[in-house]
Design a protein around this ligand. Structure first.
Ligand code: AMP
Length: 171
């Protein structure tokens, strides 16, 4: 994972002052590194009888889609408001400033599904916790949250507990 770590770019004060943005786009642009991320995650989840991989808008989609293909699972997209055309379930959750809402198509997952939830990065864990609750509200069994990066100081892992978090790179 050293190559992947070296490719991640630290961008200070983006999107607002005081935030150190961890930019994963150079990882996507490097075929070997992108493949290593997906292959490493796939090795962990192959054989776990997962039915779906759920990705969180929007960088989560990139990793979730490749992983779902690799595992032979379906892809479920957890989206921001106003994007999904059919009946949805939704959940509101607290952001640093204000509130966010996530939606999933109501028939995208159900009680027969074992799902992992994927995002590029876990910070406070608030987004992933809301997405996990949304999938659980649909009846799915969410087994783990997978991310490329975990910002450990923000203790997202604690917020998500008892749901396990698996991250490839910790800051
Ligand atoms: P949180 O809900 O606090 O865990 O935030 C997670 C979401 O915000 C993920 O979708 C990340 O892509 C994004 N995010 C939060 N902090 C950062 C950061 N420092 N660098 C890049 N993305 C971030």
């Amino acid at each position: 994972m050293q190559r992947v770590r070296q490719l991640i770019r630290d961008v200070p004060n983006f999107p607002e002052p005081g935030i150190m943005f961890r930019d994963i786009t150079p990882v996507l642009e490097d075929g070997q590194a992108f493949a290593q991320v997906i292959d490493t995650l796939a090795q962990r989840y192959v054989g776990q009888k997962l039915t779906k991989v759920a990705g969180i808008e929007s960088r989560g989609f990139i990793f979730a889609a490749a992983l779902a293909y690799r595992l032979g699972c379906g892809l479920v997209i957890v989206r921001k408001p106003g994007k999904l055309p059919r009946a949805t379930k939704s959940i509101a959750y607290a952001l640093e400033y204000g509130e966010g809402t996530l939606h999933v198509h109501a028939d995208a997952v159900g009680p027969t599904d074992r799902v992992i939830l994927v995002d590029d990065l876990i910070a406070t864990g608030g987004t992933a916790a809301a997405a996990a609750k949304l999938l659980a509200d649909c009846g799915a069994h969410v087994t783990e949250v997978a991310a490329v990066i975990e910002l450990t100081a923000l203790k997202g892992r604690d917020l998500l507990a008892p749901l396990p978090v698996h991250a490839l790179i910790a800051y």
